[in-house]
Design a protein around this ligand. Structure first.
Ligand code: TYD
Length: 214
């Protein structure tokens, strides 16, 4: 498929990849970044939790420690995010760069709000406060049945990945509901498609976002 050429006015754009474990977000974030860089953009690829030195300490605590109380878990993800937004994301956007993050607020709403049952609205409010209300320009949801994600991940699981099929099912439903409620700001891609087809769909949408269309 021939590619539309995004305009070079993409600076200051914030793109989040979301989805269940094993959906292929990290790969797609890297592919999008490489493509945008080829087109001349300056791109920062980052992730949550763990996009900053502080965040890497939080990541260890929240993913690889012993039991963490659910509210403490929500606060740790929010603390990672608050620091990430203030010290990395906002400065890069202010420089006119493209920021691509592997997970953002929706992961907390889905995993802690729905999966842990802490309440979708409560977790959303906590995260609006933590981020100062920063919302992605575009969120790419790579949707995948939980059992397919689990099979792809193989045997090694962090604290969240080890949760039950019901937990991961609730996470998926919530991600889809968030996307459904705001189609202008979301792209939902079937994560069972071959990676090159996922990549194409993302490129087409990002090119449209840059005001070029096809
Ligand atoms: P991720 O880094 O995507 O996993 P991996 O690198 O192992 O593929 O995410 C780590 C886990 O943290 C994942 O199971 C989802 C979970 N998570 C939350 O529960 N809430 C959050 O706010 C975030 C950002 C992640």
């Amino acid at each position: 498929m021939s590619q539309p050429e995004p305009s070079l006015s993409l600076g200051g754009v914030f793109i989040a990849f979301e989805g269940g474990d094993g959906a292929g977000k990290s790969t797609q974030a890297q592919l999008l970044s490489a493509w945008l860089e080829e087109l001349g953009h300056t791109v920062v690829v980052t992730r949550e939790p763990g996009g900053t030195p502080f965040g890497r300490t939080v990541r260890e605590l929240v993913l690889h420690g012993d039991h963490v109380a659910p509210r403490a878990e929500a606060l740790l993800f929010a603390a990672d995010r608050a620091h990430h937004v203030e010290t990395l994301i906002l400065p890069a956007l202010a420089r006119g760069e493209v920021v691509i993050t592997d997970r953002y607020v929706d992961s907390s709403i889905a995993y802690q709000g729905a999966g842990r049952d802490l309440g979708v609205d409560e977790v959303r409010e906590l995260n609006v406060w933590a981020t100062g209300g920063l919302v992605p320009t575009l969120t790419v949801l790579i949707d995948l049945p939980a059992d397919v994600g689990r099979a792809r991940r193989g045997g090694v699981h962090d604290r969240l990945e080890s949760e039950s099929a019901d937990f991961h099912g609730a996470v998926r439903v919530l991600f889809l509901a968030l996307a459904d409620a705001d189609p202008d700001r979301y792209l939902v891609v079937d994560g069972e498609l071959p990676p090159e087809q996922v990549r194409e769909r993302v490129r087409v949408r990002v090119a449209m976002m840059a005001g070029v269309g096809r």
